[in-house]
Design a protein around this ligand. Structure first.
Ligand code: SIN
Length: 326
């Protein structure tokens, strides 16, 4: 039998509330050992190691906790007995954690994140089934060197492209234009595509010693938004990601502020508040090429890549190259 390490961080999968109800609960209340007891078939699938490193609502996730999680997974992955790793996590920020991990983990062993939309005390919680499938996926040979994955509702997603697209339904995730990596039927794994962008041991960041992350903010453009927000943020941030309209757009007052602050050394990335499509560079809109295009990354993922890229370089052209590769 395979050995799978479960690294538990909390979330709705460990949430409790009124017995039977799916609403009005608190995330991150019960331990992983208790959840595992509700899934009897696990003991026939794999030897399980449990590492409960925190038990939080994922809205409490932050840079320090990402570094702790990354270091824990890297250490666990070094154990020759461990074949794969499952991370349980709240769904609200799971996509950010997944992208951070796929950029920084120094292992090719399968790493699968999962969670739940219904708490453990609901009438039919989705967490135990997602966990059962995540364990099967983490122990499957086809899951090796796929980058960090997410398993949700019978579907295998890539950390780079996953996004929470529904805050109410159980089938809450999607990879937008890119479909999914594959499907599962109970413990059977069916892969159909592979991530093309750099990840895990192929990523530059997985070879770096990372002990802190630079400050990078996201600012949302809307009709009439004041450019003064950009000046305020530039006081204590090295980089700013714009969640622009349409193709990562904004008005002339923002354009002037971005040009001015870029000349003072702030690195700007243009992402879009639109969920699908691609933000590419635009000669007319940004003639000086001050802004780096986020391509298909959401603003919250562009922020993670910019934080890591700033650890490597402050050269705009070097960071632009990184945004093409990851
Ligand atoms: C959380 O993200 O921790 C709460 C919401 C969830 O897990 O679905």
């Amino acid at each position: 039998m395979k050995t799978i390490a479960i690294i538990a961080t909390g979330g709705t999968i460990a949430g409790t509330g009124q017995i039977g109800k799916a609403s009005a609960y608190r995330a991150g209340e019960i331990g992983m050992d208790e959840i595992i007891e509700t899934i009897p078939m696990i003991k026939d699938m794999a030897h399980i190691q449990v590492h409960q490193i925190m038990n939080i609502d994922s809205n409490e996730m932050n840079n320090e906790r990402w570094l702790l999680l990354m270091k824990t997974i890297n250490k666990v992955a070094q154990d020759d007995e461990v074949d794969g790793i499952v991370v349980t996590h709240g769904t609200d920020t799971i996509e950010e954690t997944a992208y951070f991990l796929t950029l920084t983990l120094h292992t090719l062993k399968p790493v699968v994140l999962t969670g739940a939309m219904r708490p453990a005390t609901a009438t039919s919680p989705d967490g135990p089934y997602n966990l059962y499938q995540a364990i099967a996926l983490a122990g499957h040979p086809d899951a090796y060197d796929q980058g960090v994955m997410l398993l949700f509702s019978n579907t295998i997603y890539s950390a780079r492209d996953i996004q929470k697209v529904n805050n109410y339904k159980i089938d809450a995730f999607d990879q937008k234009s890119f479909g999914c990596l594959g499907y599962m039927q109970d413990d059977q794994v069916y892969f159909f595509s592979k991530i093309f962008k750099k990840h895990t041991q192929h990523s530059l960041f997985s070879h770096m010693e990372i002990d802190h992350l630079p400050e990078v903010a996201i600012v949302y453009f809307y009709a009439g938004a004041h450019a003064s927000m950009l000046y305020d943020l530039s006081q204590d941030h090295e980089g700013i990601v714009i969640a622009g309209s349409g193709n990562g757009n904004y008005d002339r007052s923002w354009l002037e502020a971005i040009n001015d602050l870029s000349e003072k050394g702030i690195i700007f990335v243009r992402a879009s508040r639109v969920i699908q499509g691609i933000v590419l560079s635009d000669e007319i809109f940004d003639p000086h090429h001050y802004c780096i295009s986020a391509n298909t990354l959401s603003p919250q993922k562009a922020r993670i890549l910019l934080m890591l890229a700033l650890l490597h370089s402050h050269q705009r052209e070097e960071i632009r190259k990184i945004f093409h590769q990851y």
